[in-house]
Design a protein around this ligand. Sequence first.
Ligand code: LLP
Length: 436
Amino acid sequence: HGTAKTNKLGHLEIGGVDTVQLAEKYGTPLYIYDVALIRDRARAFKRTFENAGITAQVAYASKAFSTVAMVQLAAEEHLSLDVVSGGELYTALTAGFPMEKIHFHGNNKSYEELVMAIEHNIGCIVVDNFYELEMLKEVCKEKNKTTKILLRVTPGIEAHTHDYILTGQEDSKFGFDLQNGQADEAMRLALEANLMEVLGLHCHIGSQIFETTGFILATQKIFEKLQQWKKDMSFESTVLNLGGGFGIRYTDEDDPIPAAQYVEEIIAEVKKQASLYSMKLPEIWIEPGRSLVGDAGTTLYRIGSSKDIPNVRKYVAIDGGMSDNIRPALYQAKYEAVLANRVLDQPEETVSIAGKCCESGDMLIWDLPLPKSGSQDVLAVFCTGAYGYSMSNNYNRIPRPAVVFLEDSKETLIVRRETYEDMVKLDLPLKEKVKS
Ligand code: LLP
């Protein structure tokens, strides 16, 4: 997919750049991104709204992969930005991202984070709970500023996905419950607070979702409520933000619908509901993370040791693992991979790819068909663009890999590799260096 292909040397090439040469030049592990593919994905979302004549914002959920260069790429593609912490907001500030197109999420924003958001006049704050609503009122008063808000609601819809990443069901830490009166109370309080302009509602029903049913049901639940609020509080929503969660294909086991189809079906339902209740059509906002950057990212590793247990399994170890991709260990996530330096070689054995962390659970891929491999080979693991680098860590004091953008046969280093000095840079010694 994307610009990935096999070049004359039989190497994996992405964005017109030989990945084996990249592995040599920048070292491994290395995250690489097919920038043209990210642009395509962004444009497809935007085009679908434009074709339907819908006013929309496509906000990149930067938690999927937040760096200064990535945020700048999002700006180039005229995306809005979803941030969930002061750190992600600071990244956007550093990148020079337009503040009015930033949406601030989170179920426990701190006072300092709200001050930061208000001082920078960010586009909208997605208010999650009563504590935040109260605190935001105070911050607005202190700073003598107004802000636009959305209320995050939990519509009680369970999206078909992995348990760990469900956020839309009733028993959720996020948002005001739509069924039990809390959303009504929140709306009443928000409308009373004259320093806040309530644009509308937000919900996010889950992640890596393969079908539209959940989005449709959530839309219906929300419109039932909006109809009631129109009657009871004369409130009309100008924005409906349906979150992210559009699934991608990691392996053949995944069967998502095309990104445009999610959007088309959402638009159709919103139009239907608005006309059913004679309401004006709200703007539709979405917040894709994974579906914008997931399959654009690939991780390159160097193969090292292997361990053959006859009649049981062959382990092949790579020079990274759960420190650069925690998803297999955390969610039993599955990936596909090839030998980047010998793409055309036929698979000869089935191996399991082990990480280098001191933990048995640090397995990247179970039962992967591969040509016979050795320590010179470069393994390319696909679809690591979302929640790979962003969830990377320094377990075992393993430095985080570098990140390189690839486009038009050019490479750009966008995050440098961490060094051993970086591993100790926050550490304060107990005493002067121990002398031997
Ligand atoms: N909007 C909100 C409010 C969210 O909570 C999320 C993701 C998104 C948008 C973007 O969802 P996406 O389009 O990327 O599915 N670490 C997990 C995923 C956690 C998702 C959390 N929220 C993983 O690696 O699968």
